[in-house]
Design a protein around this ligand. Structure first.
Ligand code: ADP
Ligand code: ASP
Ligand code: MG
Length: 452
């Protein structure tokens, strides 16, 4: 069994849904198809939620009407028969009457906010399933809310998915194609929740891990993981192969093509992940598995909006236990630390969630001097094969950065990652300079970027 995930743009137009129907039945493999919401829908639903939260009910109703009109037009082109269209109409009527019912709930809480954003995936999957029925495809719709669960720390409970999904699938052994919602899940209170923005990728690998799929394919609007952010850098190239570790670093440190946690379940269960382009299905894309090419620098990604905290204490000199005390505070406030550098008497860390920054700083101040807190920092992550006996890699990186101030550098924590911390305003310059120096400067692209 395979798991195929289609993102927002891949289902965002009726003709795209027509095209993905052909893609999923053509190869004859049994598969679970995970769908995102139509592109733009999740943003629209969040915006409706914001209007309701601030008691701008008339504004919310207007936004709901606009979104509804979009779906009314969409189904006219999606279905070919009056029966199909009637089915589509019933689906959107049901979901929009639920959305409208939320306008009357006061106060509009986080619970309702989560319910409203879940509507995007509930709509797209039901509409697509009805389209498959219209075309006579033997498929089944699997409600993700019955088998996707997060715990009190917002971590997915893979065991639950293994058991529940296993039981559901064993009842449906005559079906070839299963459709389910990406992104959405339940929380320990039984409420509707989600895996955070872009979470459908994560759903796909969680399902892939739970059923130990033969492969997970993530279909999007680009031909695989590129060597640099194509939204910022002009000359970027798809990478044919990455290891789980390399892909995990790139996803975590900002390559938007994958939700930051996507690779974790795949790596844990050894399930290969293939990135494919819906608009160009014959392109090779990227295969993420155990093996990789030997190329030194493979790709670069960047993660924004970090806060750097510079902690100084003469008590750190020759002392043990100082770092433990520092990190216990971050643990207490459930705030992950992304990057760390140390000197004899100081340590700098970065965090991407500054919700508890004031409390963290107050506690740190009890035993250390806080010299500085810098906001709007960006981590630039350079990924590749940097085994300790290779020379000259850091030189290339630093040469590229010669005109850009660097706040922190990490090298040597693993054999496949160098990270730099810079001010956010210098991100575009840094990514372009690194692209020039590490990829375009030498003609060494052939080994990973050319066709087989
Ligand atoms: P989907 O809606 O299918 O989940 P996303 O918009 O989340 O698609 O991800 C695909 C986009 O990720 C691409 O269109 C591209 O602009 C962006 N992106 C950012 N960094 C990279 C990268 N290193 N390689 C490929 N795409 C990237
Ligand atoms: N629809 C959700 C979002 O826009 C999840 C996803 O597309 O992966 O974030
Ligand atoms: Mg995405």
């Amino acid at each position: 069994m395979q798991v195929w995930k289609f993102g927002g743009t891949s289902v965002g137009k009726p003709e795209r849904m027509h095209a993905i129907k052909n893609l999923i039945i053509e190869d004859g493999n049994r598969k679970i198809v995970v769908l995102s919401a139509l592109s733009g829908t999740t943003n629209a639903l969040i915006s409706i939620g914001e209007s309701l939260k601030t008691n701008n009910d008339a504004e919310a109703v207007e936004k709901i009407n606009t979104l509804y009109a979009h779906y009314e037009e969409f189904i006219k082109e999606l279905y070919a028969t009056p029966e199909g269209l009637a089915k589509g109409k019933t689906i959107i009527e049901n979901e929009f009457s639920f959305i409208r019912s939320l306008v009357n709930i006061k106060p509009f809480s986080l619970k309702q906010e989560k319910e409203i954003v879940a509507e995007g995936e509930l709509l797209s999957t039901q509409m697509f399933e009805a389209f498959l029925q219209e075309k006579g495809v033997k498929s089944a719709l699997l409600p993700a809310l019955d088998f996707m669960l997060i715990d009190a720390d917002n971590e997915p409970v893979l065991k639950f998915t293994e058991e529940k999904l296993g039981a559901i699938l064993s009842q449906l052994s005559d079906r070839q194609i299963f459709i389910t919602q990406g992104f959405i899940c339940r929380n320990p209170r039984g409420e509707v929740d989600n895996l955070k923005r872009g979470g459908s990728d994560y759903t796909a690998t969680l399902i892939g891990g739970a059923i130990v799929a033969e492969e997970v394919q993530i279909w999007t609007d680009i031909d695989g993981m590129h060597n640099n952010d194509p939204r910022i850098v002009k000359k970027t190239f798809p990478i044919r192969e990455l290891t789980f570790e390399e892909a995990a670093e790139l996803a975590y440190f900002g390559a938007k093509i994958l939700h930051p946690s996507t690779i974790t379940p795949a790596k844990m269960k050894g399930v290969p992940v293939r990135l494919k382009n819906t608009m160009e299905p014959s392109a090779f894309g990227t295969l993420i598995a155990d093996k990789t090419s030997d190329r030194e620098i493979k790709a670069i990604a960047a993660k924004d909006n970090l806060t750097a905290i510079y902690i100084h204490s003469t008590r750190m000199l020759n002392a043990y236990g100082f770092l433990r005390r520092v990190f216990e505070i971050f643990e207490k406030y459930k705030t992950p630390v992304d990057m760390i550098t140390t000197s004899e008497v100081s340590v700098s860390v970065t965090i991407d969630n500054d919700e508890h920054l004031d409390s963290i700083m107050a506690e740190l101040r009890q035993f250390a001097d806080l010299e500085d807190v810098d906001k709007d920092q960006t981590i630039v992550c350079i990924v590749g094969n940097f085994s300790a006996d290779k020379e000259g890699i850091a030189l290339k990186v630093l040469e590229a950065m010669k005109n850009i101030p660097i706040r922190m550098i990490c090298y040597g924590a693993s054999e496949h990652n160098i990270t730099l911390l810079i001010h956010g305003k210098n991100k575009a310059a840094a990514l372009n300079a690194l692209n020039e120096r590490c990829f375009l400067y030498e003609d060494t692209m052939k080994d990973i970027f050319s066709a087989p």
